[in-house]
Each structure stands twice: as C-alpha cells, then as structure tokens.
Design a protein around this ligand. Structure first.
Ligand SMILES: C[S@@+](CC[C@H](N)C(=O)[O-])C[C@H]1O[C@@H](n2cnc3c(N)ncnc32)[C@H](O)[C@@H]1O
Length: 604
C-alpha cells in the first residue's frame, strides 16, 4: 500500500528527492505534537494588543501550536499576519568532528535526518505564513542544494524567486587556509507562498565612485552630468535612486572588533537582515525567526518597526536575545550606522513551550488551567452534555473532561469517581473516554480503567501518559556543554517540568581573588525511568550577570561545562567584577536552572 502511494506521488510530481525516513506531508502535520506556550515574563509595559514573542522550546512543536492556534481561537493573533520568515538553521556539522571512515557513513545518516528535520519545519512554516508572505532560508554549499529541492516540493518551483549569494568578503582563519578555492559565501534561498501575490520593496545602493566616473559622462546644456542608458533613457545622478541591489551581496562578516558582535557563534550581520526585512515586509507586519540564535532578525525587525516572534531551543540563545533586545537602545542604528539606535525596546513576552513550572500551573485560575489542560492534550474545546454531565470537549472523536480539582478540593479521582461517571454516561459513549487531572489528584496508578465496554483514560498532568499517547519516547531538549555544540540541531518531544538541579559551591576568598568552587552538581529528573548520572555529568553551563539589578538577568559571561572541567569547576572573579550583586545561573543539559545572588561579603 505504501508503495502504491509512493508511485502515485512520483507520477504526480514527476521528480522528487528520495531519502530514508521521508514522511508524508499530511502525516507530519497531523502527527506533530503542539505544545501550549506558558507565559514566563513580560518585559516592558505592553499598551498595544500585540507583544513581541520570544519562545524557548523546540520550534517544531511551537510551529504546530501556532498552526493550531491560527485554525482555532487565534489567541496569538498571527493569522494572516506572518509576512516574513527568515531562518538560519544549524548545518548538521557534528560529523566534522568524526574520523574519516565513520564520517562518510555518518554523513549520509545525519544528512537524511537533517533533511527531514528541516522539511518538517518548512512544511509547517509555509502553513502559518500569510498568503502574501515570504520565506528566506540561509544555507551553505554542503546541504543547500538538497534543501532547494525540498523547498521546491513544499512551496512549488514557481514560488522560488531568487538564490542570493552572500559574499562574506573577508574569510578568515581555517577558511582562508583552504588548499583550493577559498570558501567565501553562503546561500540564501528566497521563496514566496504565492509568487503572484507578494510584497517586495525594491532596494537600491549608492553607485560606486568608479561607476559614476565611467558612466555619468554625458553633459547636458546646463553642464549637469547624466547617465545615458542603453535604451536612451537619461538619468541625472542627483535624481537616481542608485544601483538596484542584485542577488550577489558583498557584506563583510562580523569580525572580532565589530560593535554588533555578541560572542554567539554563527551570529549573522544585521545588514543582511536589514535588506531582507525591508524588502519582504512592511511596518507593522510580523517577522518570524524560529532558529533565532543571537536574535539578529528580531533586533532588525524591531528597529524597522516590525513585530517579531523568535524561537530557540538553547537557553544560551534565549539569554543572549533577551540581553540584545533589552539593550537595543545602545546598539547601532540601521540608517545612521555611526550612531546608536537610541529608542527604548518594545515590550516582549518570554514563553516556555513544553517546559512547565508545575507550581505555577496549579496556581492558575480555573478557566486558564482548563485552557492549558485542553491545549496540552490537544482537546477541542467544545462544551456539551452527556446525560446531564458537563463534558469539556473532544480528543479526536472521544469525549474528554478536565477534572476540576478546584471545585472538588477534597475529592480525589478514584475508582469510585469512575464508577459514578460510568453509571451516568456509560451507555451513551464510545470505547474511549478521557479525563485530564493533575497527577497528585489521581488515586490509582493505571493509565486507564475499564468499565463495561469503555476505557477511561487518565491524562495526568504532568507526565505519565504522554509516552502512550504519542507512541514515542519523550525526550527533553538538551543544552550544549561546549561552545562547539551551540549550533547543533536539536529535536525533542516536548514535555518536561522545571526542577532545579542540586548545586553545592564553596565561596572562599583570599581577599584578592574571589573563586567559586563547584563541588556538586546533580540534576533531578522527573520521568518514568530516571537515569542515574554522575556528579557534573549533566552540567551544561554557568551564566553570570555581574551587576544584577534585582529584576532582570542580563547575561554577561557564559562558562561551558567542557571548559569548567579543565579548570576543575572553579570560576575566579576579581573584586572589580563583583563590586555589585551578581546573579549566577547553574544550568543542566535539560535546561533546568538553579539561580543564586552573591556579593563580595558572601565569599568567606
Ligand atoms: C545558526 S544559529 C542561528 C544564528 C542567527 N541567525 C544569528 O544571527 O544569531 C541556529 C540556532 O538554531 C537553534 N536550534 C537548533 N535546533 C533547534 C530547534 N529544534 N528549535 C529551535 N531552535 C533550534 C540553535 O540553538 C541555534 O541557536
């Protein structure tokens, strides 16, 4: 049967890229799990109905959440409004660190996985884009051509508009030392959802002096120089908009001294994004980057009065972006590059996707909690009654209720509760019935209880049944322990619950130096089969804000676990660095954080 469909597809499309593990588009859309976005904090005072959005989590599930929201209540207000998506995905470079023999084989496996990783996201990206929207994807020569074929399949070849070559102009280090042609460019593919209905604001750049000297040579009667075009059009230099920007962009890469440099590996220059955002969106449009990294797209979108949505699954990225936006006032102005931008940042909300602070969830008012619970298990919100019992909605075709732990404070969900329910509704429902309840309110261990011909499934919040429901193992998002790994592809199956790691440190000073000696680092894992980890094994990084203002963590320095290991888990500060209060975040590879505020007097 599968072969039948496959040939049908081939016949229909005539050609396509074939690789192991390529799923059907329909299955990808249907089977990707959505994860509710949990609001963590809003920076700045939001006066508008819109607030920019920074979302921590795996972008696949975030895209599905937005997809569902656009087809449902549109609470996120993105429907028909995402006019531009720019992404710069990781290039699957892990294999670069392998031995040759291993590498060739791994290249292929990782290659196919990488393509499907990207294809899943591109399929959903197209779905959430406004009908007149555009997508730009930043790639290089290694995988770019494969991705081009996938993009042709997803968007349609007629919606491929341009291949842009970014000439980095100053390749340095390893790149400049290559034994053959020096590799100096990246590729950006530009697609639209609908080539006949797209926004494009044409851009011009000043003519070079050589060009002016060569071409503006004709004098008119008044002695003014003009350009004589081949079609006999005459143009005065002062009236000319300049040279229309071509598809080859010579833009210097960010160098060590650049003021915009943020020490985030793979950071792209703002000028590239300035061109893209100006050309393919208008003021007030939503610009999205779901591989946001250091937040170049978001910063540029904000400076150009666009709204933005950014996602990243790395906490290092999230903290870098948070800092970049909060300090946007001092950053470079796009039009007047000699001066600072000068304007205050616009309010933005930080969300966690699929990473829940359980304590906060229990404190939610009932309606919000109900929304959260329905969303978490992908239940359609459709209140109805069966034999006088109020049901909250449907999961697929099956009735689902959210157990009201607020109303039934002293009641637990036990066999008696199920018996009662069955007595009322048993004869009127199908073979499945779902009950969503906080794990702590359920009195038995089974995932479902059978009564008559019906199975009553208990969907426990937080975690226990997710494996069965989604029929796959549930994995956390892993945080890197080394700077080299910051650009890895990350896939997770989106659920975890915040649980700070155990950290013990010695803060001892010899009056000159102020070292922190980490002696113990253990993660607390909440899962069905928790693995045992050795001391420090789950440490990802330590992040420090030297002058913590009591409100916002403003990242100053990151110490990755690999480096810390070499330094015997010791971080040394001198007095001038910590003359104020500092905040230290110890983070594990699952993204859980332990935060501490310290000052000189704490070092004994
Ligand atoms: C090449 S960087 C983007 C750099 C960015 N253009 C800039 O200028 O800073 C790619 C980013 O994708 C993130 N990433 C990788 N897999 C992801 C996933 N599944 N969901 C969200 N972000 C992911 C990485 O954490 C990394 O920050």
């Amino acid at each position: 049967m599968v072969t039948g469909i496959y040939f049908f597809l081939l016949k229909k499309k005539e050609y396509e890229l074939v690789y192991a593990g390529k799923e059907r588009k329909e299955d990808i859309i249907a089977e990707t799990m959505a994860v509710p976005l949990q609001e963590i904090k809003t920076f700045g005072k939001s006066e508008d109905s819109w607030t920019n959005k920074l979302i921590f989590g795996d972008n696949l599930q975030i895209l599905k959440e937005i997809y569902n929201d656009q087809r449902g209540k549109n609470l996120l207000d993105t429907k028909d409004k995402i006019r531009l998506i720019y992404i710069d995905p990781p290039f699957a470079t892990k294999q670069d660190f392998m031995k040759d023999g291993e590498k060739v084989y791994q290249d292929k496996v990782i290659g196919a996985e990488f393509l499907e990783f990207l294809r899943e996201r591109l399929i959903l990206a197209k779905e959430i884009l406004a009908d007149d929207g555009s997508l730009y994807i930043h790639l290089d020569g290694k995988k770019g051509h494969y991705v081009k074929i996938l993009l042709d399949e997803i968007f349609g070849e007629n919606n491929f508009i341009r291949e842009i070559i970014w000439d980095r102009m100053n390749p340095s280090g390893g790149k400049a030392a290559a034994e053959n042609w020096i590799h100096a460019h990246d590729t950006v593919f530009y697609y639209t959802k609908n080539s006949n209905d797209k926004i494009f604001n044409k851009e011009y750049e000043p003519y070079s002096e050589e060009y002016i000297e060569e071409r503006f040579i004709h004098k008119d009667a008044n002695g003014r120089y003009r350009l004589q075009g081949s079609d006999n059009r005459k143009q005065y230099l002062s009236e000319s908009k300049g040279k229309a920007v071509t598809s080859v962009w010579g833009i210097p890469d960010i160098n060590v001294m650049a003021t915009e440099r943020l020490d985030y590996p793979t950071q792209k220059p703002e000028v590239i994004l300035e061109r893209i955002v100006k050309a393919s969106s208008n003021k007030g449009d939503i610009v999205m980057d779901f591989f946001a990294g250091s937040g170049t797209t978001l910063s540029v979108a904000e400076k150009l009065d666009r709204k933005w949505i950014g996602c990243d699954c790395g906490k290092f990225a999230i903290y870098t972006i948070q800092k970049r936006i909060l300090n946007i006032t001092e950053s470079k102005d796009l039009d007047d590059k000699e001066n600072g931008y000068g304007k205050e940042y616009k309010p933005f909300t930080l969300y966690n996707a699929g990473l829940y602070d359980y304590k906060k969830i229990k404190e939610l008012p009932w309606e919000k909690y109900r929304d959260f619970a329905l969303n978490l298990f992908e239940v359609r919100d459709e209140k109805h009654k069966v034999s006088g019992i109020e049901i909250d909605g449907y999961r697929g075709n099956d009735n689902t209720i959210v157990f009201n732990h607020e109303k039934h404070k002293s009641v637990v969900l036990d066999y008696g509760y199920i018996d009662d329910l069955h007595k009322h509704v048993g004869s009127k429902i199908g073979d499945k019935f779902f009950i969503i309840a906080p794990a702590g309110h359920v009195d038995f261990l089974e995932d479902y209880v059978e009564r008559g011909k019906t199975r009553y499934y208990i969907l426990r919040i937080p975690y226990s049944i997710i494996n069965e429901l989604h029929n796959r193992d549930f994995e956390n998002i892993k945080q890197p322990a080394d700077e080299k790994d910051v650009n890895n592809t990350v896939e997770s199956v989106g659920f975890d619950f915040i649980h700070p790691p155990e950290v013990e440190c010695l803060y001892k000073s010899d009056k000159k130096n102020f070292p922190i000696n980490i002696t113990h680092f253990m993660s607390k894992i909440r899962s069905k089969n928790p693995q045992k980890y050795a001391n420090f094994e789950t440490l990802s990084m330590v992040m420090v804000d030297y002058n913590y203002n009591g409100e916002v963590f403003d990242l100053d320095k990151t110490y990755f676990a690999e480096g810390l290991k070499n330094d015997h888990y010791k971080i040394v500060f001198d007095k001038s660095m910590i003359d104020k209060k500092m905040m230290i975040i110890y983070m594990d590879i699952f993204g859980n954080e332990k935060r501490e505020v310290k000052q000189v007097s704490d070092f004994k």
